[in-house]
Write a protein that binds this ligand. Structure first.
Ligand code: F6R
Length: 608
């Protein structure tokens, strides 16, 4: 989703802006632009489409200067055209603004500005900010920005430069992440640490309500009343190499193949094999608080919502606490039953998903304790939750989530162990699950070793128009996830269902053209799934069966088999996820899709 970069220092800003924008490409965008103060005036260059087009525009008509801001836009208001691309200039051309988020009262503000004679040149809500800041400017850019923000409703991460108050970037944050990067004799602003990591690891994360003034040798953080605010300097620990492709054709493939390590990292130092439990330092829940939980709500979006469904089953089965899973976007508009004894678990790879963040805030407001299961350290959810479990999967760049999903399920399994062992779970069963977790990384590697076979299956089905994914019990959320992966990156229509639900409708779709992926390991519901495979074969459907044994019951029913190792039922979705990710990946590559940045999708969805 939209990305912001800013540079102020002794060097030409444009190369830093372009480099930062490229580092954020993975977030998804459809246009890009920069604004640079050249000592006299603000120069903007913008282009619809990829950053390469912006570079081409800059090659023809360079824009040089020591201070600048840049943006990648993911369209919300108005199509992804050059005129809607950021930065947006004020009517007199002295102020340039880039903005992530949505100005909810832009219609009212626009009408008021039009009354004053301002003419609008784009369809965006952001342009309102540029004119409003011009209207309120009396010599100090930060004062004008603060006064403008008093009139604004909505969310923003924004950066502003002005030729009338040069030598600074003014930034403001409400609901959309921003951080200052502190360099030597130069400073940076970014919405994503990866944009500045090549230049500095020292960062200040801005909080909602902060306004920052960034100059070449100093910066300050103010609140909306212009009062200075102390902010800690943090150090980013992850490596730039970790966010590069490392020899793989795509980030997604690299991230799929990282899973033996990321699964291991999610449990490193946390698993206590002899006690059959887990140690989770960040959850900030006392023994009493863990015992006093009456109910759990898990809220998330997309792939993270699928891991939530698996978490629900684990917690109910082992800890015997009622769990509800809510789409974050729905939760915030319901009247959910939340008490002080409700634990709200929020799952998010990015830690910035607007719907999930809002749901967490709503649960907090109603008195629940909140726990964030988050990958990105220092993200907004991680900073606002009451406690949490980091996934430690490392940066996930491919838009389709893979390694974060398996790490989420591992983290949920660890939390379940901890919770359940405090309640009813016996040490013997706890140890069995802990041992199975311990063995997982090697088993994930075993699945990855079958990648070539999965690629062959992908070749057979690359022209399919529809896919059905079926599983039961712990593998029903896995079926949803398999279908989501395929549709996201290959654009093939795919649906996931509980296998037995098929006969209540989707069975009508089955004919010799319909591939059906069954997740059918040898688990508690295996025999039931076999009956469902019979139903598909009887209607000439093509079956791709993910299973864990040489099962006589499957004889004659399987067109393509994918073998995965055995584990305890609750961890099977982790092993089953890997071939589903690979199948989606290979089909998408064979269809020529841009798998790392599929159309219309953004890595971090920071709008409602
Ligand atoms: C799917 C995918 C999305 C995300 C969803 C939530 O591959 O990546 O469905 O899972 O947008 O994102 P996070 O986990 O960052 O909150």
């Amino acid at each position: 989703m939209c990305g912001i970069i800013g540079y102020i220092g002794p060097n030409d800003a444009t190369p830093y802006l372009i480099e930062g924008l490229k580092r954020m490409e993975y977030r998804g965008y459809d246009s890009a632009g920069v604004a640079v103060f050249d000592g006299e005036a603000i120069e903007t260059r913008r282009a619809a489409g990829k950053i390469a087009k912006l570079e081409a525009a800059l090659a023809i008509d360079p824009a040089d200067g020591f201070v600048g801001i840049g943006h990648t836009r993911w369209a919300t208001h108005g199509p992804p055209t050059e005129r809607n691309a950021h930065p947006h200039l004020s009517a007199d051309g002295t102020i340039a603004v880039v903005h992530n988020g949505i100005i909810e009262n832009s219609g009212t503000l626009k009408a008021a500005l039009q009354e004053l004679g301002y003419e609008f040149r784009s369809d965006t809500d952001t342009e309102v900010l540029a004119h409003l800041i011009q209207e309120l400017f009396e010599g100090s850019l930060e004062e004008a920005v603060i006064n403008a923000l008093r009139k604004v409703e909505g969310t923003y991460g924004m950066a502003v430069v002005s030729s009338r108050d040069p030598g600074k970037i003014v930034a403001a944050r409400k609901g959309s992440p921003l951080l200052i990067g502190i360099g030597e004799g130069e400073n940076f602003l970014a919405s994503d640490p990866s944009a500045i990591l090549a230049h500095t690891r020292q960062v200040v994360y801005l909080n909602d309500g902060d306004v920052a003034v960034i100059e070449r040798d100093r910066y300050k953080v103010l609140d909306v009343d212009a009062m200075p605010q102390p902010r800690d300097v943090d150090r980013i620990s992850w490596d730039l190499a970790a966010i590069e492709r490392g020899g793989f054709a795509h980030f997604m493939l690299k991230e799929i193949f990282e899973q033996p390590t990321t699964v291991e990292n999610a449990m490193r130092g946390r698993l206590i094999l002899e006690d059959g439990t887990a140690k989770l330092g960040g959850i900030n829940l006392s023994h009493e608080q863990l015992l006093n939980i009456d109910n759990v709500i898990i809220t998330a979006c997309g792939t993270s919502w699928h891991s939530a469904l698996i978490g629900e089953m684990m917690i109910e089965e082992l800890a015997r606490i009622p769990v509800e899973v809510e789409y974050a976007s729905e939760f915030r508009y319901k009247n959910p039953i939340v008490t002080e004894r409700t634990l709200c678990i929020v799952i998010s790879q990015s830690g910035e998903t607007a719907d999930t963040l809002a749901a967490m805030r709503e649960a907090k407001r109603r008195g629940a304790r909140t726990l964030g299961f988050v990958n990105v350290v220092g993200s907004t959810i991680a900073r606002e939750d009451d406690g949490g479990v980091y996934l430690h999967a490392g940066p996930e760049i491919g838009v389709a989530s893979t390694k974060a999903f398996t790490s989420q399920v591992v983290a949920l399994a660890l939390f379940t162990l901890k919770l359940a062992r405090k309640r009813e779970l016996s040490v013997t069963r706890g140890r069995e699950i802990a041992q199975a977790l311990h063995e997982l990384p090697a088993k994930v590697q075993q699945v990855l070793d079958t990648a070539a076979k999965i690629e062959e299956i992908a070749e057979e089905f690359k022209r399919a128009s529809n896919f059905l994914y079926l599983g039961r019990g712990y593998n029903f959320p896995g079926a949803l996830e398999g279908a989501l992966k395929l549709k996201e990156i290959s654009y093939i229509h795919a649906e996931g269902y509980p296998a037995a639900e098929m006969k209540h409708g989707p069975i009508a779709l089955i004919d010799e053209m319909m591939p059906v992926v069954f997740i059918a390991p040898h688990d508690a519901v295996f025999d039931k799934v076999v009956s469902n495979i019979h139903e598909v074969k009887a209607r000439k459907g093509k079956t791709i069966v993910i299973t864990s044994r040489d099962e006589p019951a499957l004889k004659g029913l399987v067109d393509y088999e994918i073998r995965i190792p055995e584990t305890v039922d609750m961890l099977m979705p982790i092993l089953a996820a890997v071939p589903l990710q690979l199948l989606a990946y290979y089909i998408a590559v064979k269809r020529g899709s841009n798998v790392d940045q599929p159309r219309n999708l953004a890595k971090s969805v920071t709008v409602e």
